[in-house]
Design a protein around this ligand. Structure first.
Ligand code: WT7
Length: 589
């Protein structure tokens, strides 16, 4: 099918949004795949090709792919044609180093053009893109590089010295470190610029099986190590379709996803979906800053804005006046993800921006938006929305541990409106994770009775809208980032004074939750402030962004019968709740 016809297909379906015709229209993922190009000659499907190559020739070649803001606010544009050349150079540089299909290429970079070039070049080369959050401390970086078997790392000299050099000796598989930026490359690394400058600027995407591994994103569990969720090239079908339905993306849009590519939102929607649509992606190197954000929305005439409840709540704190001083008339669609979006925030966006924030729900494992208040549908403030076309969701009856009850491999689907159950999805959507790297058992445990179990608790109203209730486990959500208590506990346990640790998420008005650790001490140590400060510093040094913000000493940590610290009980105490069944706890409001 030619580009022209494909566009018309999408346009026609968009035109039908208002009367929901596309919901009745028999959507199928098979059908959505026809919106993409596929590799020439039927040689497969490649995310990088859909995001870059297919726009780099023809009418969109000169369109802006990346609109990059450096820390000073200066704008630098990268067109689709230039993105093709730069990602080709990177792909060729990988090839010259013997890095090929399936090899893992990690990034530990701020939001600069090089991050996008490395990610897309890696995808085009059919190597695996594994982006790390640059605020991770050396421990989370080591853990992930090691688990992921990273062969290449792209970072900066400064991040290399601070986060990687101390652990490099533990990473024998890490063969090449490319550093971005001027100045001499630290020992054991080479210059990114020199490597790409030496490479040719054309690259033909090799045949790619839709099931070839494309992206690796680490996510946290309650116990054990972080899990590497494996995504494949076929995921691009879901990135495109959800971009269309849930985020209202169109080719001439200026799309700003405020999430860092170190998290799945920042790749699925900060890189892939908007580029596959041929839109312009805003890339901002700076961290949250209310006046700067409004300035960016105004100056860059952002049309679609995908952000998080924590950010919206921080903007609310700065007041509506600041927003009203800006011309935000270009803004057409606002969406939110990552944590409960409270109704007050939805009302506020409606009042201040003239349009409501559309909540969307999904996970690292789902790879793309699964439930949302999608374009053209009535937003119910406080609700996550409805399953997007092609997604089948259900609520499963819970057992004593708060998770879905599985009897002889079977589960029970709850049909009564208002009933709380574990939110489950019917496998089969294209961006579903295909495994936890090297951990088949945990992958199997994520499914039961023909459903993928999300670990979240929710209810559904009579109109089919889903409402978030809480997590069915102990995982912490701080400013939209998942934090596994085990990873935090393990670091604190290294301190000689510490006998045992239990880590929980303590409710916080802006961040949703902050990390709080309860620590019991070994004999001979006293619970004094100096020790508390030492432990906080240890956390910051080793974990950086994941570090606990608060530490309480407690010589009587509650235990389960099997001897594990009972985080649920610690949390109940912290919230001043009865110490009974916490699985019914309503955390969203
Ligand atoms: C967990 C997944 C994929 C997006 C980024 C997070 C929570 C996500 C919502 C929402 C309430 C939400 C859930 C989910 N979450 N969206 N709209 N309302 N909670 O991906 O890091 O894998 O986290 O984030 O608890 O399970 P993630």
């Amino acid at each position: 099918m030619s580009e022209r016809i494909r566009k018309t297909t999408a346009d026609r379906e968009r035109a039908n949004l208002a009367d929901y015709a596309w919901v009745r229209h028999d959507f199928s993922w098979q059908h959505a795949r026809s919106w993409l190009s596929g590799l020439p000659g039927g040689r497969g499907l490649n995310i990088g090709y859909e995001a870059v190559d297919r726009h780099a020739v023809g009418e969109r070649a000169g369109a802006v792919a990346l609109r990059c803001l450096d820390r000073s606010g200066a704008v630098r544009d990268v067109t689709y044609a230039e993105l093709a050349r730069r990602t080709s150079r990177f792909a060729n540089a990988l090839r010259a180093r013997g890095i090929g299909r399936g090899d893992r290429v990690f990034t530990l970079l701020g939001r600069t053009p090089e991050l996008y070039v490395a990610a897309l070049g890696t995808l085009r080369a059919v190597s695996v893109c594994a982006p790390l959050f640059p605020a991770f401390g050396p421990e989370p970086v080591r853990e992930r590089l090691h688990r992921g078997g990273g062969k290449v790392l792209v970072t900066t000299p400064e991040l290399y010295r601070r986060r990687v050099a101390p652990i490099r000796a533990d990473l024998p598989e890490l063969r090449h470190v490319l550093v971005v930026g001027d100045g001499p490359a630290p020992e054991g690394t080479e210059s990114f610029t020199a490597a790409v400058d030496a490479a040719a600027d054309t690259f033909e995407v090799p045949p790619t099986d839709p099931d070839d591994m494309a992206l690796l994103h680490f996510t946290s569990g309650t116990t054990g190590h972080p899990k590497g969720a494996v995504h494949v090239h076929e995921a691009v079908v879901a990135h495109y379709a959800t971009g269309l339905y849930a985020l209202d993306l169109r080719p001439d849009d200026v799309f700003w996803c405020t999430a860092d590519p170190g998290w799945v939102t920042g790749t699925s929607y900060g890189i892939v979906a908007p580029l596959v649509h041929g839109a312009t992606v805003v890339v901002d190197a700076a961290e949250f800053d209310a006046p700067r954000w409004y300035d960016t929305l105004q100056r860059l005439r952002v049309t679609n804005w995908y952000t998080a409840p924590t950010a919206l709540r921080m903007l609310m704190r700065h007041g509506a006046e600041l927003a009203r001083r800006h011309d935000l008339s270009a803004l057409r669609f606002i969406a939110s993800v990552g944590e409960p979006l409270n109704p007050e925030t939805v009302m506020w966006t409606r009042e201040v921006f003239g349009r409501p924030a559309h909540d969307t729900w999904w996970q690292t494992e789902t790879g793309a938006i699964m439930i949302s208040n999608y374009a053209g549908m009535d937003v119910k403030p406080g609700s996550m929305g409805r399953p997007i076309p092609g997604v089948e969701a259900a609520l499963l009856e819970r057992g004593d541990d708060g998770r879905a009850r599985v009897v002889d491999g079977a589960v029970r689907v709850l049909d009564t409106p208002g009933a709380v159950g574990e939110l489950a999805l019917r496998p089969g959507w294209p961006s579903m994770f295909r495994g936890y790297l090297g951990d088949e058992e945990r992958y199997r445990a994520a499914f039961a009775g023909g459903w993928y179990l999300s670990g979240d608790l929710a209810r559904r109203d009579g109109e089919g809208y889903y409402w978030f209730v809480g997590r069915g486990d102990d995982i912490i959500k701080s400013a939209g980032h998942l934090i596994g208590p085990f990873e935090v506990e393990s670091v604190l346990m290294e301190h000689p004074a510490v006998a045992e640790v239990g880590v929980i998420g303590k409710p916080d008005a802006v961040a949703g939750e902050v990390v709080k650790a309860f620590v019991s001490l070994k004999p001979g140590y006293r619970p004094i402030d100096a020790l508390r400060l030492e432990l906080l510093a240890l956390g910051r040094r080793r974990l950086a962004a994941l570090a606990p913000k608060e530490i309480a000493f407690d010589q009587h940590l509650p235990h389960t019968r099997s001897g594990k610290v009972m985080r649920r009980l610690l949390k109940a105490r912290e919230l001043g709740l009865p110490e009974g069944d916490l699985s019914t706890l309503e955390v969203s409001r």
